[in-house]
Design a protein around this ligand. Structure first.
Ligand code: ZN
Length: 244
């Protein structure tokens, strides 16, 4: 379902369609859930989808993406949807890069907050064969949860990608293994702590280079209430001994 052609909405005329546009941008497949079943059902249906923060997404669909980038409710023919006062808008400070904090923290977070990891491997039309090789190599050697191919942006991932999830015990092996076997691809390693937004945006580890990750419109977890944790269900049985 991840390879469906995006259904771009037409002219945006109200905030409902604006929300749909966001859903469409982030995940065409999920947008259909939202459209068909309503937001509550979408959260349930999406709960098992790999590589995403389902609860976060469903909630975010009911929000405007960003106040400064939200077109007004009605678009009048022949007029700018932004209105004519944009130059007068105040220059405001973006939200803190440390989620949920307005001041410096008083103590470090416990590393044991990390319950598992995702590796997202990005590629394009020129590098997909490298991605295929790395996918096969990793699946042969590691007990991971391997997702399917995403040939278009999916969730917060803005280029084609595939993903595998893995348990913490594999981290000391997979980090050096991916460093030596990345084939030059861009790889995001992010932890799962029960805050999908922060996991993607603030706790990331990159191989080779970083690229944009669009999770900024995902809501933050309610105070003291982490999201449902991303669970790893390995679906790959290794057949090749890791080279040492
Ligand atoms: Zn992920």
């Amino acid at each position: 379902m991840s390879n469906q052609t995006p259904q771009r909405p037409g002219t945006l005329i109200d905030t409902d369609l604006s929300d749909q546009a966001w859903a469409d941008l982030l995940s065409p497949a999920r947008r259909q859930f939202v459209t068909r079943a309503g937001l509550g059902s979408a959260a349930l249906v999406a709960a098992g989808a790999a590589g995403l923060a389902p609860a976060a997404f469903a909630q975010s669909s009911g929000q405007t993406p960003a106040a400064a980038g939200t077109p007004p409710r009605k678009r009048e023919p022949g007029k700018s949807p932004w209105g004519y006062e944009t130059l007068k808008e105040p220059t405001t400070r973006p939200l803190s890069v440390r989620p949920g904090e307005k001041t410096l923290p008083t103590k470090p977070r416990a590393y044991t907050d990390i319950k598992s990891y995702h590796a997202h491997i990005y590629f394009d039309e020129d590098s997909y064969e490298k991605a295929a090789l790395l996918r096969r190599w990793s699946g042969e050697r590691f007990r991971v949860e391997l997702g399917n191919w995403n040939l278009e942006p999916r969730g917060p991932h803005v280029t084609p990608s595939f993903y595998f999830g893995f348990t913490n015990d594999l981290l000391p092996i997979l980090v050096p293994w991916l460093q030596l076997n990345s084939l030059g691809l861009t790889i995001l390693l992010h932890p799962n702590t029960g805050d999908g937004r922060a996991d993607h945006l603030y706790y990331a580890l990159w191989v080779n280079r970083s690229q944009p990750v669009n999770a900024y419109n995902w809501p933050k977890p309610a105070d003291g209430g982490p999201e449902q944790l991303e669970q790893i269900y390995p679906n790959i049985t290794p057949t090749v001994a890791i080279e040492t």
